[in-house]
Design a protein around this ligand. Structure first.
Ligand code: SF4
Length: 229
């Protein structure tokens, strides 16, 4: 029984998806790495659309870490109330901004070890900021990237971290950033969590999930026992 695609077919599948989604990019609206960091923190368990509905106006009034550091929790809570978990997010964003001002001169540090220490910033968020904000090769694994990597057969892993590490082994580092955005686009438009549209998919001739009922049930079993999302 095949568990994974070959490296060659993995790269081929990803490159076909690049062609399928040439416009795949970060859906969050931002102008600076700081805006991106705040938007990413706000987007935890929320849609990019809901973040984009409030973030640009917020950034006009409070353009940088210095301005956010001076905000009161209650005021920010009111401004981002439509986004889930707004209380903890407000607290994290303001405390994070204070740390950026005190330790980093108001700038976002462009390295993983410093980013991960900021309130509200986990591994995935740090990777998104490094890759999208600074162009540093990292591959952030969110729910779409996890699901698609393991359905297609680029990886065969049960948790997010091992999926990230496996993707980094299979794909050359100059493919990581674009692949992250592409898998998210494909997950949103075609490879739906419940009903993937395999008949319309540009890689259904390569994807392991689409290739046989045996592969499908094994992959589903693996995804259903996933950890760390
Ligand atoms: S063939 Fe189906 S399961 Fe595979 S990537 Fe396409 S939509 Fe997803």
């Amino acid at each position: 029984m095949r568990k994974k695609l070959t490296k060659e077919n993995s790269i081929k599948a990803v490159k076909i998806l690049w062609e399928t989604h040439p416009d795949a990019d970060c859906a969050l609206l931002y102008k600076t790495p700081f805006h991106l960091l705040v938007a990413v923190v706000m987007s935890a368990q929320a849609t990019d659309k809901s973040v984009n509905a409030v973030a640009p106006e917020l950034f006009k009034e409070y353009p940088d870490a210095d301005a956010f550091a001076k905000l009161e929790y209650g005021l920010l809570e009111k401004r981002i109330k439509k986004i889930g978990l707004y209380r903890s997010k407000s607290k994290n964003i303001i405390n994070m901004s204070k740390i950026l001002v005190e330790k980093y001169g108001g700038e976002v540090p462009a390295n993983y070890d410093d980013l991960i220490k900021l309130p509200g910033v986990g591994r995935k968020s740090a990777n998104v900021v490094l890759a999208t904000g600074f162009g540093i090769p990292r591959i952030a694994v969110d729910t779409h990237v996890f699901r698609l990597s393991n359905r297609i057969g680029v990886t065969y892993e049960k948790d997010v971290l091992s999926t990230e590490l496996a993707l980094m082994k299979v794909l050359p580092d100059d493919m990581w950033i674009r692949t992250h955005h592409t898998l998210i686009f494909h997950g949103r438009q075609i490879c739906d969590a419940r009903k993937p549209k395999c008949d319309r998919c540009s890689i259904n001739h390569i994807c392991l999930y689409a290739s046989s009922p045996d592969e499908r049930s094994r992959i589903l079993d693996n995804l259903h026992t996933k950890k760390g999302m």
